[in-house]
Design a protein around this ligand. Structure first.
Ligand code: PLP
Length: 447
């Protein structure tokens, strides 16, 4: 409508005048204005409709504007809109019960934060106090959040600018079969060698100095490189052997994204702490947290935990989590994510790989998929170098947008991460747009 167009235009002007944006050089940044969202769609101020293959920041697992979650937030706002963390609050209690009930056995306690980065900060603090040790191991090619410690343990170039006080942060090489750091030719070799390298790192750094190992169960922004069978179990074994707290970062991979409540469920691995955010309430209100096992809870049974937040377990956020988890359960969204992955997205992307030489690798599970674009399949030369973008990637992403598709892109990768309840026809329509856009990438292919 004309009103939406005018409102959108005004919002854009004010944004450019007053809003400071994340991870951006402010002046060249040209954000898209969104005036309406529904299910797996968003609309700009001109009325153009886009399919949301990004789930925003991979958080709208139940899609936009789910009526039950919107209603739960409205009802909670009408009763108790905010409350201090020290008081018992019904939505917080129920959210904790629902989350603990979906975590691996023996993980019964939940500490609520505002998002994923602070969940990781608190998980590391708990691990340090629990073990009396300091160092934290984390993988290269990872992302754990934008606050100081969380970005220090992050293993991507976004950490470089804030790497001034990375006390005790040690990075190790990940298990990444497509671009093996260990010259592996099979997944079995990759798993064995990555674990051997990790054990060497632990021994050389000194097990008596290492408090925690933090690892995304399925690394997200870093490339959705699904760990082959045996890798997470091996990490669990090594951390147990050396008295290291195993923190599984499920901020992106949790709450149905991979088809299970937590990605560790695929491999029956039980970490000591799980961090979550995003999908827990699809991001309708900011929420994150740490799921805590009995041993770490014991450390703070009669000892003060030195940490907290004004909004820990905020009623609007936790009411949204309760409604989200119940809606996901009622509507079978995890099973649908698995089906979409196995029957629609996976096979669809495989067909794109057959049709487009620029698609070097296809991988994923559930509604969590990535393709790596390359200029040559033998050399695996990426279409954009590690840590940056390229003209070619920019053109592919712009083509998707022109044709009405929003994707999540990072370096030389395009991620296909739609809401778990996206209609099959909409996924198919989005894949057809991607098919057309990939012809742009093929132009850069060097035979
Ligand atoms: N951990 C992982 C795996 C993430 O993907 C993210 C965000 O993308 C974070 C942590 C940080 O979460 P937040 O942006 O809510 O602080």
């Amino acid at each position: 409508t004309d009103a939406q167009r005018a409102e959108g235009k005004r919002a854009y002007e004010l944004d450019r005048q007053h809003v400071f944006h994340s991870w951006a050089a402010q002046e060249p940044f040209n954000p898209m204005t969104v005036v309406k969202t529904q299910d797996s769609f968003m609309w700009d101020e001109t009325g153009k409709r886009y399919i949301d293959f990004s789930s925003q920041m991979v958080n709208t697992n139940i899609g936009h504007q789910h009526p039950k979650v919107v209603a739960a937030i409205q009802e909670q706002a009408a009763t108790i809109a905010t409350i201090a963390p020290a008081h018992v609050s019904a939505p917080r209690s129920e959210a904790a019960r629902l989350i603990a009930g979906r975590a691996p056995q023996g993980m019964d306690y939940v500490f609520f934060t505002n998002g994923g980065a602070d969940a990781n900060e608190h998980a590391i603090r708990m691990a340090r106090l629990h073990t009396g040790k300091t160092k934290v191991l984390s993988a290269y090619r990872s992302y754990h959040g934008g606050t100081h410690l969380a970005v220090n343990v992050t293993g991507d170039p976004r950490r470089f600018a804030s790497d001034t006080a990375s006390t005790g942060t040690v990075h190790f090489l990940p298990c990444y079969p497509y671009r093996s750091y260990f010259h592996a030719e099979t997944e079995e070799q990759e798993v064995a060698r990555a674990l051997e390298n990790l054990e060497n790192t632990i021994v050389l750094e000194g097990p008596s100095t290492i408090a925690a190992l933090i690892l995304e169960s399925v690394p997200g922004t870093a490339g959705i490189y699904v760990p082959p069978p045996g890798y997470l179990a091996g990490v669990r074994e090594l951390t147990k052997k050396y008295g290291i707290v195993f923190i599984a970062d499920e901020v992106m991979s949790g709450f149905g994204r991979t088809g299970e409540w937590f990605a560790v469920d695929h491999w029956d691995v039980t970490p000591d702490l799980i961090t979550f955010a995003k999908g827990v309430n699809s991001g309708y209100v900011p929420l994150g947290g740490v799921v805590i096992n009995e041993a770490i809870y014991d450390t703070f049974r009669n000892r003060v935990y030195p940490g907290g937040l004004t909004y820990s377990g905020h009623p609007l956020a936790t009411a949204a989590a309760v409604a989200t988890i119940n809606a996901m359960e009622d509507e079978g969204m995890n099973a649908n994510a698995t089906r979409l992955g196995n029957e629609v997205i996976g096979p669809g992307l495989q067909r794109l790989q057959e049709a487009h030489p620029s698609v070097g690798d296809v991988r994923g599970l559930g509604c969590f998929w990535a393709i790596e674009l390359v200029t040559n399949r033998e050399t695996k030369e990426p279409l954009a170098p590690y840590g940056s973008s390229s003209e070619a990637m920019g053109k592919v992403i712009a083509k998707c947008k022109e044709l009405g598709l929003i994707v999540f892109a990072n370096f030389n990768r395009i991620h296909v991460v739609p809401p778990l309840n996206t209609d099959d026809e909409v996924v198919t329509e989005g894949l057809a747009i991607l098919d057309e856009a990939l012809s742009v990438a093929d132009q850069y292919y060097q035979h």
